[in-house]
Ligand binder design. Structure first.
Ligand code: SAM
Length: 249
């Protein structure tokens, strides 16, 4: 575990948490991404024990509660997010932990029907350790579903309506956001290839059920103006912002 990066990112998330209240939460899988209503990856969630990795403001867990799950568990790095999630989930019986996802904090093993993560997994400093822990938390036959930025999308820039490639998709290194969300806190994320996510899942024992390179949601049916923003409908119509993986133990 890279404690220096984790401590730095924790401070960062404590500051930027308020920008993400209710953002990137189920039924959405991410920006300009198809929804769970469109994709139906989870199936019937009634009486399932679920664990979210990187629960953020708790809105995805709230969605899970609305689907009738029996137990709501979550791990997130940031104390500010934990406070936000406690507000969102007020009145519900929850097990919320403030810890890095890559650390073994003694969560029950062979216990969960579903482990899921919406736009948080890529923050791990140790992908293999994180996937191994998740594999262990799941019951045999349990499902792991997560979404994250499509690793090529980050390299696609726009100029005068044309999309071009910046930097190298080949290089898997650290990327620093010097001023994330304008809050003046540097945050560090590992750049990984799509194959790294898939092969690491296979290495720790998962069976991959589906890989989705998402189209835009049906709700985005209007014209897409040319835009140089990082997430734009214009760009998302040409290339997926998000990939989603469903795997089983
Ligand atoms: C974009 S937010 C996820 C939003 C969330 N899905 C929701 O429903 O609100 C990413 C989350 O990952 C958490 N995070 C970042 N690094 C982490 C780590 N190493 N371990 C656990 N959580 C982490 C952040 O604190 C943040 O809450």
């Amino acid at each position: 575990m890279n404690s220096k990066i984790i401590d730095q990112n924790k401070q960062g998330w404590n500051k930027v948490a308020h920008h993400f209240n209710g953002k990137d939460a189920l039924p959405s899988y991410g920006p300009f991404t198809q929804t769970e209503e469109e994709l139906g990856l989870f199936g019937d969630l009634k009486n399932k024990k679920v664990l979210e990795i990187g629960y953020g403001s708790g809105h995805s867990l709230r969605y899970m509660a609305d689907q009738g799950v029996s137990e709501l568990w979550g791990v997130d790095l940031s104390e500010s997010q934990k406070k936000a999630a406690e507000m969102t989930l007020k009145g519900l019986d929850t097990h919320l932990y403030c810890a890095p996802m890559e650390k073994d904090i003694g969560l029950p093993t062979n216990y969960f029907d579903v482990v899921f993560s919406i736009y948080a997994i890529g923050w791990t400093t140790q992908l293999q350790q994180t996937f191994t822990l998740i594999y262990n938390y799941l019951k045999p036959g349990g499902q792991f579903i997560f979404s994250w930025d499509h690793p090529l999308y980050a390299h696609l820039k726009m100029e005068e309506g044309k999309v071009y490639l910046e930097g190298s998709y080949q290089q898997e290194d650290l990327m620093t956001f010097e001023n994330f969300k304008g809050e003046g806190v540097p945050m560090v994320v590992h750049k990984r290839k799509l194959a790294t996510y898939i092969n690491t899942l296979i290495q720790v024992g998962f069976t991959i059920e589906a890989l989705i390179e998402s189209d835009v949601p049906a709700a985005c049916d209007g014209d897409a103006d040319v835009s140089d923003r990082y997430y734009s409908l214009y760009k998302a119509r040409k290339f997926p912002t998000t990939f989603i993986i469903k795997a089983s133990k």
